[in-house]
Design a protein around this ligand. Sequence first.
Ligand code: PAN
Ligand code: ZN
Length: 186
Amino acid sequence: MQPRLDPFTVFMDLRTGLLDPLPVVAERRLGDMRGLYAGEAEPADQLVYRVLSIPVPELNSEIQCSTTILEPGLVGDEYFMTKGHFHAVRDRSEIYIGLAGEGRLLLATEDGRHRLEPLRAGTVNYIPGGWAHRSINVGSDPLVFFAAYVGDAGHDYETIEGRGFPVRVVRGETGPTVVINQRYRR
Ligand code: PAN
Ligand code: ZN
């Protein structure tokens, strides 16, 4: 076969997740996350996370790679988190490699099962197809992780915007606490 791409190398700072050369950066602010938190997502311009993506074609022959830098913070008592998504092609899997900070990875199936996994420096999370996933920063420093996933996976945000995850992770008296999401609809 004729190779589609030439080899290339990107340098990553393993503590900050920053990539050199700096690839495509997407920013998510509280104003982009209305309806996902139980409380009011204010102020709208508050930065919550950045995703630095290495651009490759969205084909199942490729591997999409990115780092996510998720700021510490709270909306009410709910920790800053990513929007969360199913992959548009449902069976596409992914791995996360934790680089810095203290987090949780919340996963859920379409039939309402959920799991909470650790996400911190040294964790390798395997996210099988069919599991929606959201990362949550429960610490006081940025949560940084590297993600690699099947190139044609795509992102379905609408399903989570419509139904939510079965649980939320909130700051409790003794630390991060899992509570039922009252707005969850299966
Ligand atoms: C990650 C996520 C990233 C941001 O690269 O896209 O952490 O989270 P949201 O996409 O939910 O806003 C990934 O899981 N890609 O498939
Ligand atoms: Zn994903």
